[in-house]
Design a protein around this ligand. Structure first.
Ligand code: ADP
Ligand code: MG
Length: 631
């Protein structure tokens, strides 16, 4: 009995740990809601199929990698045998042949070198392919996002989109470059080693196999834990990213309102959550790895105990004798056997995470752009600029009508002004004309053609929009005015700038049109940005110009200049203007007064004044205020 004592001790230790593990698992299992995976809408099969589509163009490379990998496995399989053999040779002392030994060692080194080269080649091929796949996915996501409608874009936080274009494709490319190959390699190594071990000594192999069920059990439990902690980490990361991207954009507001402390606290809370999640992940791995290591050591001990015992007593069991050759070889195999098993579990987990990333990406790719060209949509090369709204009803959210039966007509080259209190629907009307959103009821006609029947790109080509908050891209002044349209000379750019009176401030800049524009144009004043956006708009000589509170940021002096250029711009095409200062729109051909999404009054300035209605009221208010300021 005493001779089995080491086994009993090892068995007892493993048993205790297994029991502890199972208890922890049972406790965790009770928090059922945490255990269930985030609801997946796509099956693994669908995800794999779609992912394979990205890998298909490179299938030759993957086949090459497979063969290179087979070569690199050879080292794992034969090195323990070689070591054992070397040990045999040395034991023949004093008669051993030094030159023969040298030959064996050289062969060993050769196998090692081949394996290293193979691993290098494999990594290079995979990395390159991975980068190609990665950039393809990134491109797909980005171009798809560009097609989404304003409403769809409003619904996805920018931080999330950034993650979709950067992190998630990374996870997928990591799957192609690393996870899949390691998974395959490890599985093959495990199987290969089993075969070789069985061939060398099946009794010892069976002994090693006794430990495998424990490894499997630990692994299954580990996966439950690890999935949980991974989800925690990923949620906490998304959370912190979204928080950061929003608050870094708004950091100036934070500073102005002295909210740094508060924001700091919010950030610290999120940061702590992430840290805790990462700690948890560390603990889970910190428990799992030593557990498998413990199994490995136990099997090693059993090997030495039984092996040495069998060797010394020269007993044979089931017809197998144990030699020092077997012992050394098995020592090598056991360590090579447990390692891949352990990583297999972790790799499986990473595969799951890649799938999760893939699903998130596919969800974005599957978002059908809401505003799309109809099949029979037509190109529109020239337009006169006639606009008509026929009983238009529109709601951003179902049931909450923002426009209720709006009808009006704008003749070509007319100037129409929209007035009304904030939230009355002015901006909405303007964005409907460009089909940023689709209306629910009614019709919008351009030159008598329903805008749904016109290709969107072709429709928007004819519009020039000038909005209250101008968005400038980082780059230079020229690129911001041209916005990538080609074949326009600097002379034409200057001409446009002169037209909107932007030339004087650009002329004073050190580098003129080459002056650097920083992110969002933060090195220019709001008025200057506005002037740039005017130049940007009129350079294309649009048939319809839309000015949404475009003059709000401009000082009185500049406004006179703007008024002057607006007068000139009237000759270019139809103009739709939203302005709060009624004095700026007095000369409009038609003034439309909106209230809560309905047209209350419309007519010329004089007509509306005679009406003595809301417009008259607003005008007298503003007029009196002006008089007060002047006196
Ligand atoms: N993207 C949006 N999603 C949901 N509601 C919106 C959106 N944009 C505007 N609204 C709502 O539509 C109404 C009209 O807004 P808007 O046309 O911008 O008014 P105005 O330009 O006259 O100040 C407001 O009540 C506003 O809350
Ligand atoms: Mg508005």
């Amino acid at each position: 009995m005493r001779e089995y004592l080491p086994i009993l001790i090892a068995g007892a230790i493993i048993g205790v740990f297994t029991a502890l593990f199972l208890v922890a698992y049972a406790i965790l299992k009770r928090h059922k809601e945490d255990m269930t995976d985030r609801e997946r809408n796509m099956s693994d099969k669908e995800i794999v199929t779609r992912l394979l589509a990205y890998a298909r163009p490179y299938w030759k490379r993957f086949v090459a990698v497979f063969f290179v990998m087979l070569l690199s496995i050879v080292y794992d399989l034969i090195s323990p045998l070689l070591l054992a053999h070397i040990q045999d040779v040395i034991k023949q002392e004093p008669t051993f042949d030094l030159r023969y030994l040298f030959g064996v060692v050289a062969f060993y080194a050769g196998v090692l070198a081949v394996s290293l080269i193979c691993t290098y080649v494999q990594a290079m091929i995979l990395q390159k392919t991975g980068q190609k796949i990665l950039s393809q996915i990134r491109l797909d996501v980005f171009t798809h996002v560009e097609k989404l409608s304003h409403e769809q874009l409003n619904n996805i936080p920018v931080g999330k989109l950034v993650t979709r274009v950067t992190n998630d494709p990374n996870a997928i490319s990591f799957m192609f470059t690393n996870i899949l190959v390691t998974l395959l390699k490890n599985s093959m190594v495990v199987v290969g080693i089993l075969v070789v071990m069985l061939a060398v000594n099946y009794v010892l192999t069976l002994m090693v196999l006794c430990f495998v069920p424990f490894v499997v059990l630990f692994t299954v439990i580990f996966r439950q834990f690890s999935r949980r902690v991974h989800r925690q980490v990923s949620n906490a990361t998304t959370d912190i990213n979204t928080y950061l991207s929003e608050n870094l954009s708004g950091i100036k507001i934070t500073q102005i309102f002295n909210q740094e402390e508060q924001k700091m606290q919010d950030f610290v809370t999120r940061s702590r959550k992430l840290r805790k999640a990462k700690y948890n992940r560390m603990y889970v791995f910190g428990v799992f790895r030593p557990m498998v290591y413990m199994l490995f050591i136990s099997s090693q001990m059993c090997l030495f105990y039984f092996g040495a015992k069998g060797y010394i007593q020269d007993t044979s069991f089931l017809g197998q004798t144990i030699t020092s050759y077997t012992l050394v070889a098995f020592y090598g195999y056991i360590s090579r056997f447990f390692n891949p098993i352990q990583t297999l579990a972790e790799q499986f987990d990473m595969l799951q995470r890649s799938f999760a990333s893939a699903e998130k990406i596919f969800t974005i790719l599957d978002m059908v752009p809401q505003v799309v060209d109809e099949e029979d949509a037509m190109e529109l090369d020239e337009i006169k600029g006639e606009i008509e709204f026929k009983d238009v009803w529109f709601a951003y959210k179902p049931g909450e009508w923002v426009l209720q039966g709006v009808s009006f007509h704008v003749a070509p080259k007319q100037t129409v002004a929209f007035v009304g209190s904030t939230g009355s629907g002015k901006t909405t009307i303007l964005s409907l004309i460009c089909r940023n959103y689709d209306i629910q009821k009614g019709q919008i006609l351009i030159d008598g053609i329903d805008i749904k029947k016109i290709k969107i790109a072709s429709l928007r080509k004819h519009f020039g929009q000038m909005l209250q908050d101008v968005f400038l891209f980082s780059g230079d002044i020229r690129s911001n005015i041209l916005l990538r349209s080609e074949g326009i000379s600097d002379e034409e750019v200057w001409e446009a700038c002169r037209y909107v009176n932007a030339d004087s401030f650009i002329g004073k800049l050190e580098n003129g049109l080459d002056e650097v524009v920083r992110e969002r144009g933060n090195n220019f004043s709001a008025g200057q940005r506005q002037l740039l956006s005017f130049a940007r708009t009129i350079i294309h000589k649009p048939a319809v110009m839309i000015l949404d509170e475009a003059t709000a940021n401009i000082d009185t002096e500049t406004e006179v200049l703007i008024q002057d250029s607006l007068e000139k711009m009237k000759n270019i095409g139809t103009m739709l203007v939203v302005a709060h200062r009624l004095s700026t729109i007095q000369h409009a051909d038609n003034i439309i007064l909106l209230s809560k999404g309905k047209i209350l009054e419309q007519g010329t300035h004089q007509e509306l004044l005679h009406l003595k209605g809301r417009y008259h009221h607003l005008y007298t208010l503003q007029y009196n205020k002006q008089q007060l300021q002047n006196s």
